[in-house]
Design a protein around this ligand. Structure first.
Ligand code: MN
Length: 139
């Protein structure tokens, strides 16, 4: 068993190719022999990922703040601490903070189960798409 104390964790800034606005990423762990990684990601108000897809899917669990998530072709939905979202393999989506509030989530992401292929990144989320009035997660 590998122990990973909080004091050993290093925060790295999210790359501008993948994010709009300031984002901090802390790797929690990667499961050896798999394409599964767990990260804590904290988005500043207004910050969000670019559109992207995870070849093996992703679980997002919001641990703090208020955020937004959208699957391609669907509405923008509001996220709050305690909410969990599952993106299917290859499902195009984005996630981020609300315009005036930060959001922190744990992300458990799986690469391609066969090849380990990583997240596939696409264009940034436009301000127009980002600022659409969000619907509740429940609807
Ligand atoms: Mn994602």
């Amino acid at each position: 068993m590998e122990m990973r104390p909080a004091s050993s964790r290093v925060s790295s800034a999210g790359p501008a190719d993948w994010f709009t606005g300031p984002v901090w990423m802390d790797e929690l762990a990667a499961l050896p022999g798999t394409a599964v990684r767990a990260l804590r990601v904290t988005f500043s108000p207004g910050a969000r990922t670019a559109w992207h897809a995870h070849p093996g899917g992703q679980v997002l669990h919001v641990v703090d703040g208020v955020g937004r998530v959208q699957s391609a072709g669907g509405p923008v939905r509001q996220l709050r601490a305690g909410d969990t979202v599952v993106a299917g393999p290859g499902e195009q989506h984005w996630h981020g903070a609300a315009p005036d509030q930060l959001m922190s989530h744990v992300a458990i992401s799986a690469g391609d189960p066969a090849t380990g292929g990583p997240t596939v990144w696409a264009e940034h989320v436009s301000d127009e798409d980002y600022r659409a009035e969000p619907e509740p997660l429940e609807s």
